[in-house]
Design a protein around this ligand. Structure first.
Ligand code: MG
Length: 208
């Protein structure tokens, strides 16, 4: 099957960093608390997690987030891979629990067709304590299904690439699933293909 759409996770797949919001915790000096909150809520109650983290970050300057977005590094071969996929007339999407700003950067620089990610809001340079969770930890499947409907294709026409357990819900849905540079056995077991290493070009032989 040659896909009509390739859906990418962002953190750890398009970009090297695995978890954007932990980088933000680091920048604000809240990593220890952040990791405790992740442990408590990440997969069980994403909205409670967002609520608690927003209490920690409200009023902080947004600049460190802009800096992390600007300094995030692509995995090797990302530009070439997206270019090749586009040249073949196949659509691309990013579906991420990470930062909408970072996804927007990838959309602008790589020409990704569709982006779904989470947006932290700021006003006059300060975080205002609000967050739009477009994609929660169990939400990637719903996004894929909705996007397919909007594009007039079926999930069987879709290939997905991810590196973590939160990608499993989309892997179960799509026609071709690729576990990329992951240590999660659970993800590997739920995918058709396992790609080792972080060079994204390695997925191309499995797509075309
Ligand atoms: Mg990831």
């Amino acid at each position: 099957m040659v896909p009509k759409l390739v859906c990418f996770d962002m953190d750890g797949v398009i970009f090297k960093e695995n978890y954007f919001w932990n980088k933000v915790h680091e920048a604000y000096g809240t990593l220890e608390l952040g990791l405790q909150l992740n442990k408590k809520y990440l997969y069980t109650d994403y909205h409670a997690l967002v609520h608690e983290v927003m209490k920690l970050w409200k009023g902080k300057t947004v600049q460190p987030i802009f800096d992390i977005v600007a300094n995030s590094e692509y995995n090797p071969g990302v530009r070439e891979t997206i270019k090749e996929i586009k040249q073949r007339g196949v659509m691309t999407a990013i579906i991420s629990n990470g930062s909408w700003l970072l996804a927007k950067r990838a959309k602008q620089e790589l020409g990704i067709s569709h982006i779904f990610a989470n947006e932290i809001h700021h006003h006059d340079g300060l975080l205002d304590g609000t967050f739009t969770a477009t994609v929660d930890m169990n939400g990637k499947g719903v996004i894929v299904a909705r996007l397919c409907e909007a594009l007039g294709i079926t999930p069987a026409d879709v290939a997905a690439v991810g590196d973590d357990d939160n990608d499993i819900v989309m892997m179960e849905l799509v026609g071709k699933s690729i576990a990329f540079n992951t240590r999660s056995e659970k993800l590997k077991n739920s995918c058709d293909i396992v790609v080792e290493g972080n060079d994204l070009r390695k997925i191309l032989p499995y797509l075309f």
